[in-house]
Design a protein around this ligand. Structure first.
Ligand code: SF4
Length: 277
């Protein structure tokens, strides 16, 4: 729970990090196993990937200014501020956007790719956890070295496995495996997501399932901390993707995955269905 009358301590001398943000706002989580949980979203700006279906294209290239809603996102932002922004300032806006923790006690670090600013997020995560917030990291799942910095200040991780046939980009399978092994060892909730497009390669999909299955058997903690092993997320048309996958395709993939994984779910982007940001 957020401490009553919590305030951000501006006297902390060690906290000097600044981050480049796209936006901050209060909304509902729309993906994975946390669907429906009120969260303050801290969206960093900039991403090293260019997924064909990216729905946050505005945040791919570092934005000069960030938009801040000090509560539920509606209409124009209350503030438009220059980047970079100090950790203490971000924490104060998160407190305000959350209604001092009355409306939300979760914060999502999302992007762009948040782990590109791992040092900043580690300091922000430490400060927000000190205030009583829980932290969800939403990431593309391929930067294990940077994950190590943020993981100690994280309560939950939503990681993608970015299949080349769906993103249009290569995937470093070794780095993806290192990433998932770190998550599996950490005391965090976790779910793994694969975005499904009409051109998904089933061989790649089976390779991803096999990787998760091996983690389940080789690390006994994986199942405990990863109650939902795999989320299949039908793509929402965006950027270069115009078609959605059929239910036949989704069920065939789920059937393949269920042969090796105990818990497989098909979950669309619920915030899009609700017309939320
Ligand atoms: S990793 Fe995420 S933010 Fe980056 S291009 Fe892909 S979908 Fe967009």
């Amino acid at each position: 729970m957020i401490r009553e009358h919590a305030v951000v301590d501006r006297r902390l001398p060690k906290v000097v990090a600044k981050g480049n943000l796209s936006e901050i706002y209060l909304s509902l989580q729309g993906e994975g196993i946390w669907v429906g949980v009120p969260m303050v979203f801290v969206r960093t700006t900039g991403c090293h990937r260019r997924c064909r279906y990216c729905d946050t294209e505005f945040a791919l290239v570092a934005e000069k200014q960030a938009r801040i809603w000090l509560g539920w996102r509606k209409g124009k932002p209350e503030l438009t501020v220059d980047n970079p922004i100090a950790v203490q300032q971000v924490a104060e806006w998160v407190l305000q956007a959350s209604g001092q923790g009355r409306l939300a006690n979760w914060v999502s670090f999302t992007g762009g790719e948040p782990l590109l600013q791992a040092d900043f997020l580690a300091e922000l995560g430490a400060m927000l956890k000190g205030l009583g917030f829980r932290i969800l990291l939403e990431t593309e799942g391929g930067l294990p070295n940077r994950l190590e910095k943020v993981l100690p200040f994280t309560d939950a991780v939503a990681a993608d496995i970015k299949l080349p046939s769906t993103t249009g980009e290569p995937l470093d399978w070794d780095e993806a495996e290192r990433f998932l092994r770190l998550v599996a060892k950490a005391p965090v909730q976790a779910c793994v997501k694969i975005v499904v497009t009409t051109d998904i390669d089933e061989g790649e999909f089976e390779r991803a399932v096999e990787l998760l299955a091996q983690l389940q058997t080789s690390q006994s903690d994986f199942r405990r901390f990863c109650p939902v092993a795999l989320i299949l997320q039908p793509v929402t048309p965006a950027r270069f993707v115009t078609e959605t996958p059929s239910m036949e395709l989704l069920l065939r993939l789920a059937s393949l995955a269920q042969r090796k994984l105990a818990d497989v779910r098909i979950v669309p982007q619920v915030h899009k269905l609700m017309q939320l940001p």
